[in-house]
Ligand binder design. Structure first.
Ligand SMILES: C[S@@+](CC[C@H](N)C(=O)[O-])C[C@H]1O[C@@H](n2cnc3c(N)ncnc32)[C@H](O)[C@@H]1O
Length: 216
């Protein structure tokens, strides 16, 4: 049932990050992140593209999808993703592509899923332009992302961002992802801001929800 495609790739390989990712995020998954994934993903149907699928934390949450392309460009993460394919209840195809250059035609997917990925992509506007291009007019982008906080916490994130980027495989601590989504021409509908506990140090503010192409 599950297959693997080849294609353009390239975000480097982060073996240390991949080795520790599930251990570090485990407490969040158990306390709230797993539940949020379930709420947003379980009812999604049709053709789904998951960008930056990582170690496969979302795989078990798809229940109604016809087909999922799980795209993960980092070979170390992708190897872990491959090992978890057995958890999927729907057909899943692995792909090595980066979101900035997707090898799919316009209007291909009903849903694009991005969980903890838009913080890490090298070129956020290019990534969102590609997401919008491959989404069908009635499609939607589903996100769970950490974002820049307000006030002193936001300024602390700005100061720590260069170090964090090196430690966390290119993750930007301080992106305003909701604004970037709107700037890309997708309409929030709805995207909630929330402050989960526990969270990782200095990742206090998160968003979850959906965004859609504007109605023609
Ligand atoms: C923090 S991990 C999140 C993994 C998974 N989505 C989750 O919810 O646990 C970020 C992932 O984004 C991937 N990534 C980074 N840059 C990317 C890009 N340009 N295109 C697609 N994926 C990218 C990384 O390789 C990594 O697996």
């Amino acid at each position: 049932m599950n297959q693997e495609m080849t294609g353009r790739q390239g975000v480097g390989e982060h073996r240390f990050f991949a080795r520790w990712y599930d251990t570090v995020t485990g407490p969040l998954e158990r306390r709230w992140l797993g539940r949020v994934r379930e709420e947003l993903l379980a009812d999604l149907g049709g053709q789904i593209l998951e960008i930056g699928a990582g170690t496969g934390a979302n795989l078990a949450h798809y229940r109604r999808a016809d087909h999922v392309v799980a795209a993960e460009p980092d070979p170390a993460m992708r190897e872990r993703l491959r090992r978890r394919l057995g958890e999927a209840r729907v057909p899943v195809e692995l792909s090595p592509v980066r979101v900035e250059d997707l090898p799919f035609g316009d209007d291909t997917f009903d849903v694009v899923v991005s969980t903890l990925v838009l913080c890490s992509v090298a070129d956020l506007p290019a990534a969102l332009a590609e997401v919008r291009r491959v989404l069908r007019p009635a499609g939607r982008l589903v996100v769970i992302e950490h974002v820049r906080d307000d006030g002193v916490r936001g300024r602390a994130q700005d100061a720590l961002a260069p170090l964090w980027r090196r430690l966390a495989a290119g993750c930007h601590l301080n992106r305003d992802i909701a604004t970037a989504i709107r700037t890309a021409g997708l309409e929030a509908g709805p995207i909630d801001t929330f402050r989960p506990r526990p969270t990782l140090p200095i990742l206090h503010r998160w968003i979850r929800g959906t965004a859609t192409p504007p109605e023609m």
